[in-house]
Ligand binder design. Structure first.
Ligand SMILES: Nc1ncnc2c1ncn2[C@@H]1O[C@H](COP(=O)(O)OP(=O)(O)O)[C@@H](O)[C@H]1O
Ligand SMILES: Cc1ncsc1CCOP(=O)(O)O
Ligand SMILES: [Mg+2]
Length: 263
């Protein structure tokens, strides 16, 4: 059985503390997938929401001091209850504030997975890489080596996304090749992927690395099909069709199209 079918069967509750740019898109993407989104960031309730959730996804896209406190409360509540925690370090390294806050979060919370572009993951792991705002800058270093090093250093699964996606726990590494560059023309596709990773982890406690690898590969397959169906129409049509495909891609279609390999 695929983790995709488990997500659709179990409809896991995903607690998101995310940014103001992508909140609606993330909630709709999780619903399309078959998960149950809960966006909650008040300090007064985040520990309770994290306790009832099957997974907690923290995203630093639009930070403020209140939200940081909420992330720590939610993350620690998840840790106490053995609930997976995913961190998306949006823009880490773009400003010294973001760099400092990410270090505070990784010091206070035990992460299950970290998902970012190569520049963000490099910054979290204390390595050098160019960054441009919330996007990875130019760079042609060893992304696989960087991901593995980051996973070992942080003690969690690391997902580095880009043209190809790298998924590693520092020992076993997968490379996923599905996807399409048009994903970079829709804001929040990285953020939604971090939330989708949370949904697969929620049903994948038997084998978290394989659940994450499937999440990433599935997402790329859905994007490819959406692009094929909206070719020439631009990112707006793609965005809508992508949501459709998150709900329509079956385990069978996924398995036929998935291009993922262990390296
Ligand atoms: N050049 C590319 N070709 C194909 N897919 C891409 C490309 N760049 C990014 N993606 C895909 O876009 C999604 C978001 O990744 P990315 O752009 O790295 O994250 P972020 O938006 O957080 O910077 C992932 O599914 C990734 O595989
Ligand atoms: C544009 C922007 N600015 C702050 S958060 C954000 C969204 C980033 O989303 P993603 O990393 O998924 O492209
Ligand atoms: Mg991002």
């Amino acid at each position: 059985m695929t983790y995709l079918s488990k997500v659709r069967e179990q409809n896991p509750l995903i607690h998101n503390i995310t940014n103001i740019v992508v909140t609606n898109f993330t909630a709709n993407g999780l619903l399309a997938l078959g998960a149950s989104p809960f966006m909650a960031d008040s300090q007064e309730e985040v520990a309770d929401v994290a306790q009832m959730a099957a997974s907690v996804v923290l995203n630093i896209g639009t930070l403020n001091e209140q939200v940081i406190r909420s992330m720590i409360l939610a993350g620690q509540s998840a840790n106490v209850h053995g609930t997976p925690v995913v961190l998306d370090p949006v823009g880490a390294g773009a400003t010294s504030y973001r760099t400092e806050i990410v270090q505070k979060l990784v010091g206070a919370i035990s992460l299950t997975a970290l998902r970012g572009n190569v520049a963000e993951v490099a910054n979290v792991a204390g390595e050098q890489w160019a960054i441009k705002g919330v996007d990875a800058g130019a760079g042609d270093g060893d992304a696989v080596g960087l991901a593995q090093k980051a996973a070992r250093k942080l003690g969690c699964i690391v997902i580095v996304t880009g043209k190809e996606d790298i998924i590693t726990d520092g020992v076993t590494t997968y490379i996923a090749a599905n996807g399409h560059p048009i994903l970079t023309k829709v804001t929040g596709t990285g953020c939604l992927l971090s939330a989708v990773t949370g949904a697969f982890l929620a049903v994948g406690s038997d084998s978290p690395l394989e659940a994450v690898a499937e999440a990433i590969s599935f997402y790329g397959v859905a994007a490819e099909i959406a692009e094929e169906r909206t070719r020439g129409q631009g990112p707006g049509s793609f965005q809508i069709e992508f949501l459709n495909q998150l709900s329509l891609v079956t385990p069978d279609i996924y398995q036929k199209r998935s291009l993922i390999k262990k390296v």
